[in-house]
Design a protein around this ligand. Structure first.
Ligand code: SF4
Ligand code: SF4
Ligand code: SF4
Length: 389
């Protein structure tokens, strides 16, 4: 005698309450139990309807990104949401025509699909540029202007920034900046890891108690942890107020590797005037402009960057990057109340010009953030490529 899957009572097949799910018949003791059972199908239909006008996503994408790379947890969420999916040979497998409704992809715990999982918590998004004469900086000079605002208005007593070493071209040199001149020297990006935390500690030891800290996601994470871990130096005794200004970051390179890469292209690093990473390309200006696919530089990438999934410095007070804004402007994600207040005050006091970021710009940030998050899907493959396995 069949068992009612809802109330678990044995049930007579002739009651007339029956449903078919995934080609299997289920019997119920009452209309109420049948209704509860059929609710799941109704939710799937509702979700399918809501996804109808969005991007078409087929099971192939789930297979490619999650199942084939071996990061499927076999939770069964995809299988439970579609009648043409079953687990075969220990893997979710398509057993019929896929309508590319995207439901399985969106239920999977391994796919990254929500805005907050892509860029963290954000209170407001802007596009901005400096309006201070003489401030250039990367993509609008907004970070430079925020630091100048902090210093001139007496909100910070120093800033930890990275400048180019005077001994070796394009080698990063973190400094404690206390003057306008120091801050102006830090404008522009350097794509090599910078040992900023030692400099932060030395700023505190030298008596700074309100510090603007500029760094990519991984450096911002270090400050966050020092402030919030029960064993963190900044949590326990070296108290200081730190305004975390995070930089969007896609990659950095080993310094010697970067030198070799450019040297092999006939471009000695000493001749490089500017570097940028844009849309999966490495762009440099050395007299004329040169563009290289980032994939050409895989072997010189820092190992930590290969496992890094944070594009937008999710733990910062304010995050800055070129993605999503037009040329000469910076995209700004205001994350904390303090960050938002200072950013708006800097605009009110004439340091920067700010506008709301349009949805299209935010979509670009989300797309790029996703490209970085999904690195983890392909981590096995990327490590094999680098090691030449
Ligand atoms: S039809 Fe099924 S397998 Fe195809 S995308 Fe939708 S839920 Fe996934
Ligand atoms: S939902 Fe994702 S993790 Fe769960 S079984 Fe399906 S593919 Fe695997
Ligand atoms: S890619 Fe990640 S680990 Fe590498 S420098 Fe940028 S934030 Fe740090």
């Amino acid at each position: 005698m069949p068992i009612d899957p809802i109330c678990k009572k044995p049930v007579d097949e002739n009651t007339g309450f029956k449903s078919v799910y995934k080609n299997k018949e289920y019997y119920f003791c009452s209309e109420n139990c049948k209704k509860k059972f059929d609710e799941l199908d109704k939710s799937v239909i509702r979700v399918r309807r809501s996804l109808k006008d969005k991007e078409k996503i087929s099971f192939g994408k789930l297979k490619r990104e999650i199942i084939d790379p071996g990061i499927c947890t076999l939770c069964g969420a995809c299988v439970a949401s579609c009648e043409v999916l079953s687990v075969v040979g220990g893997k979710p497998t398509l057993k019929g025509p896929c309508t590319a409704c995207g439901v399985c992809y969106n239920q999977c715990p391994r796919t990254i699909t929500t805005e907050s999982s892509l860029i963290g918590n954000v209170r407001d998004v802007f596009t901005a540029k400096s309006i201070l004469p003489g401030v250039k900086g990367q993509d609008g000079g907004v970070v430079t202007s925020m630091l100048l605002y902090g210093l001139e208005e007496g909100l910070i007593d120093s800033a930890v920034v990275t400048v180019k070493s005077e001994e070796e071209p394009w080698k990063p040199a973190p400094i404690v900046a206390q003057t306008e001149e120091d801050i102006l020297r830090s404008a522009g990006s350097i794509y090599v890891h910078s040992l900023t935390m030692e400099t932060l500690m030395s700023a505190i030891k030298r008596g700074s108690r309100s510090i603007g800290f500029v760094g990519p996601s991984c450096n911002i994470d270090a400050v966050y942890k020092m402030q919030n871990s029960p064993y963190g130096l900044l949590h326990m005794f070296m108290r200081a107020n730190i305004l975390k200004l995070g930089l969007f970051c896609m990659d950095t390179f080993d310094y010697e590797g970067l030198k070799k890469f450019l040297g092999d292209k006939g471009l000695p690093i000493s001749t490089v005037q500017e570097m940028k990473i844009r849309k999966g390309k490495f762009w440099i200006k050395a007299g004329s402009e040169h563009v290289f696919p980032l994939s050409d530089m895989d072997t010189f990438r820092s190992g930590s960057c290969m496992v890094c999934t944070d594009l937008t410095a999710e733990r910062a007070d304010l995050s800055f990057g070129g993605v999503g804004s037009k040329e000469g402007y910076t995209t700004v994600l205001a994350r904390t109340g303090l960050g938002l207040e200072l950013f708006q005050d800097a605009a009110d006091r004439g340091y920067i010009k700010i506008e709301p970021l349009e949805r299209q710009g935010l979509e670009s940030v989300l797309r790029q953030a996703k490209a970085k998050k999904v690195q983890m899907y392909m981590i096995k493959k990327r490590i094999e490529t680098v090691k030449g396995i």
